[in-house]
Design a protein around this ligand. Structure first.
Ligand SMILES: C[S@@+](CC[C@H](N)C(=O)[O-])C[C@H]1O[C@@H](n2cnc3c(N)ncnc32)[C@H](O)[C@@H]1O
Length: 228
């Protein structure tokens, strides 16, 4: 029998991969993902990860049948929200870490419960790929691009993700976004420079703050952009 102490994490798995080490830890009742030495996500809350999906769908003129891309599987909160919603017609999750996909789908799959009905939903599928590579190569145009691959534009998990938030990355996103589509980007804090780049390119930009349950913590932010 093991005893859990909230302040002492238990290492459940760790893997070395092309983007550094990814580790899954349990802390009391919660799981957390550490990637390349950066705390990425835990299962404690998930409100802003759900807002990433609902705000994007609510902003679409015609959300029914929408093709939603979720950038980054993580613990699966965003996937759970998309699957809970009847509006999307197709849900594509792009995740680059095989370990994270395995923690959802292989063996006792400790993260699967946090993805709700996402893994059983016939509308949903996981693509094992780097998001930037996927955006370069896909022939699809998405109605909602819901991106949460980093702690934010100013706090990326690997340097290779930096370009997503610059002009070249926004070119890629522009190309893969349907004409009346919505781009939603999650961040753990405001990023004035990124917001300015969005405003220079998109006709409509909304900044949504989601309070966090951490004493003195700054709100999470979802940047919502569309052409009109
Ligand atoms: C913060 S978590 C995602 C949280 C997710 N919204 C949720 O509800 O759990 C970030 C995820 O993005 C993945 N990721 C990071 N960079 C990526 C990239 N370039 N392409 C695809 N996935 C990436 C990480 O491996 C991790 O699973």
């Amino acid at each position: 029998m093991s005893t859990y102490h909230a302040d002492v994490p238990e290492l459940l798995d760790r893997r070395d991969g092309p983007y550094g080490e990814v580790a899954l830890r349990r802390r009391g009742p919660h799981f957390e993902i550490i990637a390349n030495g950066t705390f990425l996500m835990d299962t404690a809350d998930g409100r802003s990860e759900r807002v990433l999906i609902t705000a994007a769908l609510d902003a679409l003129d015609e959300p029914r049948g929408a093709h939603v891309l979720i950038g980054g599987l993580g613990v699966g909160f965003s996937l759970a929200e998309a699957a809970r919603d009847r509006r999307p017609g197709r849900i594509t999750v792009v995740e680059r870490e095989q370990a994270i996909i395995d923690w959802h789908t292989a063996g006792d799959a400790p993260l699967a419960p946090f993805a709700g009905e996402g893994h059983a939903d016939p509308r949903a599928g996981i693509v094992h790929a780097d998001l930037l590579e996927h955006l370069r190569s896909t022939g699809d145009r998405y109605d909602a691009l819901c991106l949460d691959i980093d702690n934010g534009p100013d706090w990326t998990v690997t340097a290779s993700n930096d370009s997503l938030y610059g002009d070249k990355g926004l070119d890629l996103l522009d190309r893969t976004l349907a004409d009346k589509g919505v781009l939603a980007v999650w961040s753990a804090a405001h990023s004035p420079a990124f917001e300015a780049r969005l405003r220079a390119r998109f006709g409509r930009v909304e900044v949504i703050e989601v309070p966090v349950h951490v004493e003195r913590g700054v709100p999470d932010v979802v940047y919502l952009s569309s052409r009109t």
